[in-house]
Design a protein around this ligand. Structure first.
Ligand SMILES: [Cu+2]
Length: 64
């Protein structure tokens, strides 16, 4: 699933986001695109759990 993360603005943000998603699901595959400000996630977790984890990390996200 692909999410738009408007507050993702640098490498520190992408690292925080990847860490938060891996904490939720260690097997998640996470690709961040800083230019587009999107995160592509392959995970067994549902969208609600992923959005909650990102919000908790300080990065509200919306599905694209
Ligand atoms: Cu940043």
């Amino acid at each position: 699933m692909k999410l738009n993360v408007p507050d993702m603005s640098c490498g520190h943000c992408t690292a925080t986001i990847e860490t938060a998603l891996k904490a939720l699901d260690p097997k998640a595959e996470v690709e961040t695109d800083l230019a587009e400000r999107t995160v592509n996630v392959r995970s067994g977790q549902d969208i609600g759990a992923i959005k909650a984890a990102l919000e908790k990390a300080g990065y509200p996200a919306q599905p694209v």
